[in-house]
Design a binder for this molecule. Structure first.
Ligand code: GDP
Length: 218
């Protein structure tokens, strides 16, 4: 990465230029931990693949409907030489053996705790079933580590405007103690609704110059 990028931050990414970079089943297989990264997490079937595909305008980028219990991988998509989107494995399959659940938890916990290039977490929840127990656990991990979280209430087209708006307000109210560390919006991949709001958040995270390396401050 160029020193000028470290000082000023990189330019705004082009989400439509996203391309698959690599998959990892553990932290040591992830690409070098440098630059800017945003991760997407959510229960299986929350609409994560559809949201990534809608964001990038590429209907084939993130595969939909993964098989439950299959070895689950962290997928990395490159936006530029220093900016990446990360698709974390979905969680919450009722029939997955405990050992698989434990392995998932360890993998994601390690990634969230140790990944220095991670600038924010996008948490996807079906607007009809927000804040399930594991969503709350993931939120707690991230927020307690001061990691910003942006929540997408997905499949917003499944509810009428009134009930969708009420859910938005309710989820916001439940998280208000976290202040600016957490934000919430409605999203529909089907209707292409909410993309601009999501892009504004991602742009801010992926271009934030952040804390300068000590050696650059001298
Ligand atoms: P993932 O398991 O979280 O990656 O979820 P998928 O993106 O595969 O979506 C799960 C199911 O929900 C699929 O049948 C999608 O077609 C559907 N889905 C995803 N997003 C939307 C949406 O915005 N509106 C509606 N109505 N259905 C959606």
């Amino acid at each position: 990465m160029a020193d000028t990028e470290q000082l000023a931050g990189p330019g705004r990414p082009d989400y439509r230029a996203a391309r698959f970079l690599t998959s990892a089943s553990k932290l040591s297989q992830c690409p070098p931990d440098a630059g800017w990264e945003v991760a997407f997490a959510g229960r299986s079937n929350a609409g994560k693949s559809s949201a990534i595909n809608s964001l990038t305008g590429n209907s084939k980028l993130a595969k939909t409907s993964r098989t439950p219990g299959r070895t689950q991988l962290i997928n990395f998509f490159e936006l530029s030489a220093s900016q990446r989107l990360v698709d974390l494995p979905g969680y919450g399959f009722a029939k997955v053996p405990l050992s698989v659940k434990r392995a998932w938890t360890r993998q994601v916990e390690n990634y969230l705790a140790q990944r220095r290039s991670l600038r924010g977490l996008v948490l996807l929840m079906d607007v009809r079933h927000p804040l399930q127990p594991f969503d709350q656990q993931l939120l707690a991990w991230a927020l307690e580590a001061s990691m910003p979280v942006h929540i997408l209430l997905t499949k917003a087209d499944k509810l009428a405007r009134g009930p969708a708006g009420n859910t938005l307000l309710k989820v916001r109210a439940q998280l208000q103690t976290w202040g600016e560390l957490v934000s919430v919006q409605l999203f529909s991949a089907l209707k292409h609704a909410g993309r601009e709001e999501l892009v504004a958040v991602l742009d801010a995270w992926l271009t934030d110059p952040g804390v300068l390396d000590e050696d650059l401050q001298e």
